[in-house]
Every structure is written in C-alpha cells, then in structure tokens.
Design a protein around this ligand. Structure first.
Ligand SMILES: [Zn+2]
Length: 76
C-alpha cells in the first residue's frame, strides 16, 4: 500500500498529465499563502500544472498549516 501518493486529475479537463513542483523557491512568493499576521506566517504551496489545458492548482500539503487555517480562518 502506497502512502502519500495518489493519482491526481485535472479539475478542469480530467487529464492525468500533470506536473507538480513544491516550493518554487526564489522570492516571487506566488505560491506562498499568508496564514495570518507577520511576514513569516506563510506556507508554501505545491503548484500543479495541467499539461493538457494549462490549468494551475495550488495545494497546501502542510498539516500544520492546514490546522492553523482551520483554527483561524472563517468558513465561507
Ligand atoms: Zn486540464
């Protein structure tokens, strides 16, 4: 049984031809999600790009960050 891996499909077109990259690095901050006050309160997101249609998704894979979001963010 594999853990931490599952087949991801594009939410838009259903293609499985995706590429993902975690923490692109650099200083652009495009894939940093602010969690709260302060510049250090950010979490890096995995960005996944669909090669088929170009759709981009950001995913938070940090359990700590998700716990913090669930505590401090509002429900929509
Ligand atoms: Zn797609």
């Amino acid at each position: 049984m594999e853990t931490g891996y599952h087949v991801v499909k594009c939410a838009k077109c259903g293609s499985e031809d995706l590429r993902t990259k975690r923490e692109n690095g650099g200083t652009y901050g495009m894939n940093k999600l602010p969690l709260g006050k302060g510049k250090t309160s950010t979490v890096a997101m995995d960005s996944t790009v669909c090669i088929s249609c170009g759709n981009v998704e950001f995913t938070v894979s940090s359990d700590k960050a998700l716990a913090r979001i669930s505590e401090t963010w509002d429900r929509p």
